[in-house]
Design a protein around this ligand. Structure first.
Ligand SMILES: Cc1cc2nc3c(=O)[nH]c(=O)nc-3n(C[C@H](O)[C@H](O)[C@H](O)COP(=O)(O)O)c2cc1C
Length: 180
């Protein structure tokens, strides 16, 4: 799948089939993260692949908007080393590589930031100098409708290009006749 195809095909998936994610596919996803750019090439990211039902349940229960994680076969917990000033930028880029690679493998995913960080750190034995930047759920999408996703897409659809992209200065339209 071409990159733009994956970008267009991706959407947050919050309902999963129980089928396991093959380890070879997981390796390709992690390789996509490994190759991501990072400030000063610091590579502050660490990824914990969580399949244990008990651990997924405990993470899911620690936040209000990630309960569907219990149903996903895999959770990828992305941690960033706070020793780099840009650990959040870098870790998010690498995690989005995982998400796009997952799309190209036919896997569904969803970013999750609704969790209790201390609970996750304790549960997964994450060292102090690392923060949990985000979690991504992974699995083959179920056919059933995703109510949260439909709600968000209906009430908060994607902004149009002219609202988000400007020419030369903030607010100046990219196309058409710009004043002055
Ligand atoms: C940083 C970040 C955090 C998110 N956290 C959650 C979350 O905790 N729970 C959830 O259901 N969705 C979460 N999402 C998914 C967004 O709701 C979703 O990306 C947005 O509604 C747009 O829908 P789409 O991903 O299908 O394009 C998060 C997305 C991002 C990028």
């Amino acid at each position: 799948m071409e990159v733009l195809e994956a970008v267009r095909a991706r959407r947050s998936v919050r309902s999963y089939r129980p089928d396991p994610v093959p380890d070879e596919a997981l390796s390709r996803l992690l390789e996509a993260a490994r190759l991501a750019p990072s400030a000063m090439n610091y590579q502050p990211w660490r990824f914990i692949v969580v399949k244990s039902q008990e651990k997924k349940d405990r993470i899911a229960r620690s936040g209000a908007f990630g309960r569907f994680l219990s149903q996903a076969p895999v959770a990828i917990v992305a941690c960033g080393d706070r020793g780099s000033k840009y650990y959040v930028h870098d870790t998010c880029i690498a995690l989005e590589h995982i998400v796009l690679a997952a799309t190209s493998e036919g896997l569904g995913s969803c970013w999750i930031v609704s969790y209790d960080e201390e609970t996750v750190k304790r549960l997964l034995k994450i060292p102090d100098r690392f923060s949990v930047v985000a979690i991504v759920s992974l699995g083959y999408p179920a056919d059933s409708g995703d109510l949260v996703g439909s709600f968000l897409h209906f009430f908060r659809p994607k902004k149009r290009l002219l609202e988000i992209a400007f020419a030369e200065e903030f607010g100046r339209p990219l196309t058409g006749d710009a004043p002055g």
